[in-house]
Design a protein around this ligand. Structure first.
Ligand SMILES: [Zn+2]
Length: 453
């Protein structure tokens, strides 16, 4: 149940970048309950009784950031194969991941989401696809941890059924049976998925990748998701090795393969999509298929640079993701705005992605990928009060344009982070769980996983 206990708050004197609509050089935002009830220039005209007043002088207000791809459990498994390709890194990581239990997941999710909150994230997905037998309820553990940290959460029930003996990449003993996967996924939807406006938990169905999942599981997962009205997520076209694997095993490239399985559509968002053809870009736009762009992870694994500017030009939804902490160690979500901008420009030239477009990826772009464009992603009356307030005074004040100051340089300190009007971060410190407790939970999860391995 959502805690709406009389939240009333007014931010004034802030530079407001609402993402949808005109920017306001000095304005106010009024929050009542979990919604935004006013946004405009100058001081608030009607301040609700008993409202907390937040002085936003020398601050930039943006929508809370949306993280569209993550594997939170990997907080416990960072630093593995620091110089390997995706397939080398995966081969070394599977053994370690197979030893995780609910306690490892709980600690890793607590630290991972706390870290995201401290970088301006108000909504995060998590793609969890390894469920070792007899090691507790991992899905429940992550949802409980997300509730404690206080972010809006989209856990994706992942899965793998194609082990090495079937031509897949993972070892046979960490894949699951198709019927077991579908049963557990349906149970997760029934138990946790809340489709209501302002929901804090929405479940998605997420087989892992073309090289770890059978076509049968992909098709039946799509049927299951669509029968319950939940979204579909998977990895796609991350590396050249994956292209080669798909050519060998299916006689076609990854996006073509997915298209044939009925996996492109407005209810689907896909992680990475680095290696797309012109035809794939057109199909993504035609079908409304979303992309979770994870620039740091793509850089870390040497995967390549996604065709973000081409996808945006074609009209396809694109959001940002940090990806798992084992392939983009401690990446802050706000930092991905800068990374996305720099990578596009390095490849396509200096006008390929502006600071404002990059901010839009991290907010409305993510909201579109998750099917929540009417609820989050912009600062508009009637939307949820998911707001990040950044301090752009001090060193950042040497840049006149606040959005450029925010996107180009080091991420500015966070003055306040609201999720549904509730303060999750204040003056850079967590208010729901303590910074120290969240960091220790992550370190404990790491030690426990290594001890088990
Ligand atoms: Zn991933």
């Amino acid at each position: 149940m959502r805690d709406l206990a009389v939240r009333r708050l007014v931010i004034e004197n802030a530079y407001i970048a609402p993402v949808v609509g005109e920017e306001i050089p000095s304005g106010h935002i009024v929050v009542e309950g979990d919604r935004i009830t006013a946004v405009g220039p100058g001081p608030a005209t009607a301040v609700p009784e008993g409202a907390e007043r937040v002085d936003g002088a020398a601050c930039l207000a943006t929508p809370g950031l949306v993280n569209t791809h993550h594997h939170l459990y990997q907080w416990a498994a960072q630093g593995v194969t620091p110089d390997g390709t995706l397939f080398e890194w995966l081969a070394a990581s599977y053994r370690l991941w197979a030893r995780m239990d609910a306690e490892v997941v709980s600690g890793a999710v607590t630290a991972g989401l706390a870290w995201l909150a401290k970088s301006g994230c108000t909504t995060s997905t998590d793609h969890h696809y390894i469920f070792p037998k007899g090691r507790g309820d991992l899905f429940e553990a992550e949802i409980d941890a997300a509730r404690r940290v206080g972010l809006r959460f989209h856990p994706c029930r992942g899965s793998m059924d194609r082990g090495r003996s079937q031509g897949g990449l993972p070892p046979d003993d960490i894949v699951e049976d198709v019927d077991d996967i579908l049963r557990a996924t349906e149970e997760a939807i029934r138990k946790y998925h809340d489709p209501s406006f302002g929901s804090t938990v929405r479940v998605a169905v997420a087989p892992c990748s073309p090289f770890s999942v059978s076509g049968d599981l992909m098709i039946r997962s799509a049927e299951l998701a669509r029968s319950h009205g939940v979204r579909l997520h998977t990895h796609l076209a991350e590396t050249a090795d994956e292209d080669e694997h798909c050519r060998e095993q299916f006689g076609m490239l990854p996006a073509e393969y997915l298209d044939g399985l009925g996996w492109l559509g407005p209810d689907v968002w896909l992680a990475h999509c680095v290696h797309l053809t012109d035809k794939d870009v057109r199909r993504f736009a035609e079908t409304g298929t979303g992309t979770a762009h994870c620039p740091s992870s793509n850089g870390r694994l040497g995967a390549g640079i996604a065709r973000v500017s081409d996808l945006l030009r074609a009209g396809a939804p694109v959001g940002l993701g940090v990806d798992g902490a084992a392939s983009s160690e401690m990446t802050p979500l706000a930092g991905e705005i800068r990374m996305a901008m720099l990578m596009q420009r390095a490849r396509y030239g200096p006008s390929a992605l502006t600071a404002r477009q990059a901010l839009e990826l991290a907010t409305m772009g993510g909201a579109r990928c998750l099917g929540r464009a009417t609820e989050i992603g912009s600062l508009e009356v009637g939307k949820l009060a998911d707001i990040a307030l950044w301090r752009i005074g001090g060193f950042h004040a040497a840049v006149d344009d606040p959005v450029v100051a925010f996107a180009y340089g080091q991420t500015p300190p966070l003055a306040r982070l609201l999720v549904g009007g509730r303060t999750v971060v204040e003056d850079g410190e967590l208010r729901t769980v303590s910074d120290t407790a969240a960091a220790e939970a992550g370190a404990c999860a790491h030690r426990r996983l290594l001890a088990e391995a």
